[in-house]
Design a protein around this ligand. Structure first.
Ligand code: ADP
Ligand code: ADP
Length: 237
């Protein structure tokens, strides 16, 4: 569960990016965060994994008060939270499998880390994550030979290999064509439903948000101006 209570985020330059946010996201929800560019969507999701520090209020994620975490605890905390970006953030000149295995690097003992030696179990886990997003046949293909949609699936598999209970996605389909974007949204839906992983996604395509997410949070100028089920929105328009 994620609970925002009177959360404020003010950047050092004085800009108030989030103002008095109060809401709860339950385990297993699929939430789309919508709003114009500059509304505060990225700030909102980046506070959840402590990529940004909140400046007032309380933010609780999985029973932990996020602001109270220190150094090593932050890393441990983030292991359960996957992050997906618009730009995929993959190492494009190497294979799909190697990109997924990267998520195990923090778990390796030093000597395995320097040689990049992964265990058989880790390889099986990586392959199974690739299977979950339908690109197992690409495991030994170089990432730069894949389409944008396939690359986003690699990023998704890398996150799944980490066995997260929350996935944060910052405009994950913004650089994809409409058909591919729909397919990637489908993958998120499948992961959300079959694995009960909470998905919180920033997206500026309102149509896609309504078609795939269960709940819509609308942000404008750092404030929540809408929060409701997408079925409710669909009925009223
Ligand atoms: P969105 O994701 O909806 O486009 P952001 O969360 O990126 O919005 O930004 C919200 C507001 O905060 C914007 O006005 C943006 O310019 C500002 N902002 C974002 N990051 C910083 C930063 N590091 N320092 C100062 N202002 C920032
Ligand atoms: P380490 O320092 O041991 O490499 P990190 O703190 O870099 O560990 O990463 C731990 C986890 O936190 C990663 O698996 C990743 O999901 C998440 N994480 C860390 N930094 C970022 C970041 N800048 N953006 C998104 N997620 C991050």
């Amino acid at each position: 569960m994620i609970k925002f209570s009177n959360v404020e985020k003010k950047y050092p330059n004085g800009l108030l990016a989030l103002n008095d946010i109060n809401l709860t996201i339950e385990k297993g929800e699929y939430v789309a965060v919508i709003g114009l560019s500059g509304a505060g969507k990225s700030t909102f999701i980046r506070c959840i994994n402590r990529m940004h520090d909140i400046t007032d209020g309380t933010l609780i994620v999985n029973d932990v008060e996020v602001a109270g975490l220190k150094g090593k605890e932050v890393r441990q905390f983030r292991r359960n939270i996957g992050m997906i970006f618009q730009s995929f953030n993959l190492v494009t000149r190497t294979t799909v499998l190697k990109n997924v295995l990267v998520s195990f690097v923090p778990d390796l003992p030093f000597w395995r880390k320097i040689f990049g030696l992964f265990t058989k179990e880790q390889k099986m886990q990586a392959l199974s994550a690739l299977d979950q997003v339908g690109i197992l046949d690409k495991a030994y293909t170089r990432v730069d030979q894949l389409s944008g949609g396939q690359q986003q699936r690699v990023a998704l598999a890398r996150t799944l290999a980490q066995n997260p209970d929350i996935i944060l996605a910052d405009e994950p389909v913004a650089s994809l064509d409409p058909v591919t974007a729909g397919q990637v949204m489908d993958d998120f839906k499948k992961i959300n439903q079959e694995m009960n992983i909470t998905v919180i996604m920033n997206i500026h395509h309102v149509d896609l948000a309504l078609a795939y997410a269960d709940r819509i949070i609308g942000i404008r100028k750092g404030e929540v101006v809408f929060d409701g089920k997408s079925s409710m929105v669909n009925q009223s328009v």
